[in-house]
Structure formats: structure tokens, C-alpha cells
Design a protein around this ligand. Sequence first.
Ligand code: SF4
Length: 424
Amino acid sequence: MLERLLADVSKDVAVLLDGALSGRELSKEDALSLLHVEGPDFHALLRAADVARKDDCGDDVSFVITRNINFTNVCYVGCSFCGFARHRDEAEAFDRSFEEINANARNAISRGATEVCIQGGIDPRKDHHHYHGILTHLKAEFPELHIHAFSPEEMDYISRQSGMPLEEQMRWLIDAGLDTMPGTAAEILDDSVRRVLSPNKLMTGRWKEIVRAAHAEGLRSTATIMYGHIEEPAHVATHLGVLRELQQQTGGFTEFVPLGFIHEKNVLGQWAHSRPGPSGADDLRLIAVARLFLRPWITNIQMSWVKMGPKLSQIALEAGANDFGGTLMEESISRESGSDHGENLPPEEMRRLIREMGRTPVQRTTLYRTVERYDDPEKDPPSLEPERDQEISGPARWRDGTGQARLERNSGDAPERNTNATGC
Ligand code: SF4
């Protein structure tokens, strides 16, 4: 029977997977072939990526306790996939002061965060000193907190405001407290696609120039892709090739993060004939291809639970991913585009989801140093999340009329079983 399973895998795909597992670097053409696999070839791809993941990273699954802080949603760049940006006169426009940003960071630290991730819209009323001020105010109060901030698009804006050469600008921001840079604003690193998605945004050459300058100054970054809209598999293969080549030159990427397009509430998704985001199979296929194509240069492959949801993210752990990403605590960018997978995945939930897949959760720093390994669930720390009232629905006799549970747990007066079903 096993022979039959293996016989169903096409010969070309078997050769590519065997080569990748033996340490042969896949070409962009190989990646393109693998981005098309279906059926038994698809399952073989996921299995091969899982074996590669185990060889590259072992069975631990890492996560980072972090808080996203979007300091403003005022932005006039006009990306077609964005549901987050607002004009400054709109009622929903916001602009957080330095003190508000610090208050959010304070809250994050009280919940165990080692990192804050700071990004915002491009508001022409702000100049480079504003970005510098965010860093200095944060570091003055929280010298130990890791600041992961300012996408290449923001770096491009800062450089146009400051007039500094890129390397000098990176040094200036590092000296103010910047620790790492998000590798966002990458979308698809192919200008034919970028011109449709965001004609006013930096193009591929400038994205690479900024990332190279950051890495040259010791400012490491993530690497991302946004897929599942108008791009073709060939664009994805090109994008992966750009990232691998950059990594071979600089070694500055900490991880690769595939970000599926959320289509519900933006122009690209509703009017521009894009696909409605990736399918679940697309998500897993890309993670698996990335694992095989990027090794040994980038070995941390993160899935996005915000885009994929926690359950598909669990399956991604068997398709090449080794990192569950960040707890986030607040997430506006995907939510405003229509994502319904929540904004906060507390550490206790991360641990549960990872353990349900038979793997060991490990809290890490931004730079993948171990903070704590959680081998024994009995020794897990108590939750640091703020207490929330638990809403209970269902038969009225179990509620007190305000939506709150009427009974103490284990009071002996509880229902014998909770079928979690309707019509029972
Ligand atoms: S994606 Fe970023 S740069 Fe583009 S419109 Fe939205 S906030 Fe502005």
C-alpha cells in the first residue's frame, strides 16, 4: 500500500523533492514547478517540507510576545489592497502621541512582551524627527524593550524627509533605539505587479536598496510576501529568488513570513478583479515551497495566524513552518481589510495550539534567542492577560440574565456535558 502512495507522486516532483532534501539548492524554475503541484504531488511536497523543517529547526515551535502599535492610520500612498488608511479629516483617523505609544508599550510589558512592532501610515505632516522621537521616547522609559519598527516604505519616506544617505539614516535610527526592521511593504517584488497594487509605493529596486542598507548597518529584518491577489506563480518564484539572493549577500533576514491577501474590505479585493485571497492549499503550498527553496539561507519560516486562522496555522506546522509568530495584542491592518481571526493570541493559547500538534512551544526573542521552553504544561506560568467577563449563551437557567455564567465551575450544579451543539 505504501508503494502505491509513493507511486502516485510524479517523477519530476519526486526528483525535485529528493534533491531539496539532499541539500541541492532549488532553482526559480524548480520553485515555479512546485508552486503548481496538486493531489499526491501536493501531499509529497508538504511531507518533504516537514522533513526539511525537522532537519533545519527540530520539533520546537517558537513564538514571540509582542504588541503591534500603529501610531497613525493617516496615509495618502493609496495602496489598492489597504483597508487601514484614512484621510486626516475622516472620523476614524487617529494619531497617537508619544505618551500614548509609551502607554501601549507599558501595557505590553505588563503582559510579558519583549518586543513592540511599530508601523503607521505615511502622513505628510510628520517628518523624520517624528520617527526618531518615537524611538527615543520609548527607549528612555523601556531601555530593554526590543523595538521592531518602520517598514522599507516608511524608511523611504524618512530618507526623503531627512535627505540623509540611507546608511547614515539607519545609523541615526539605530542610535535612537531601533533594533530591527519589519520586512513589510514587499508585497510582490516584481514591478509589473507593484505598479497595479501600489503605483505610488517604492518599487523593487528601492525596497532592495533599503533592506541592503539596513543589513549593512547591522539592522536585521524580516522578509515577507503578500500573495493571493493578482500575482501569478511566476511572480512568487521571482520574489523568493530576490529574497534568497539578498540573504546570500547580507545574511540579515531573521525569517520569512508569507502573508495571504485579505480581500473583503479593500479596492483590490472588491473592484480590481483580484482573487479573493489564497486558498488553504495555496497557503500550505507556499510555506512548503519557501521551506525547500530558501534553505539553508533562511531557516525560520513563520505562518501568519492572523491571515490563516489558528487551525490552518496548526497544519502549517506540518508543512514547513517552525514559528507561530507574535501574540500581537492589537492588529488593525488585517482587521480593517476584513480578517476575522482576531487581534490577540495570548501565550497560553499559543502553547495550547502548538502542543495540540505534538510539538514543544518555545518563547523566543525577536532574534530567535530562547526566552523559555515549555516542556511541561504543569509548569506553565499563569496568564498575564487582563481578566475579561466570560459571556455564556445557551439555556437561560445557566445564565444570570446579563450574559454572565450563573454557576461556579465544578459547583456540582453544572450541566453533565457540554455538547457545543445546536438541536441537542
Ligand atoms: S498599505 Fe501602508 S502605505 Fe499603503 S495605503 Fe495602507 S497604510 Fe498607506
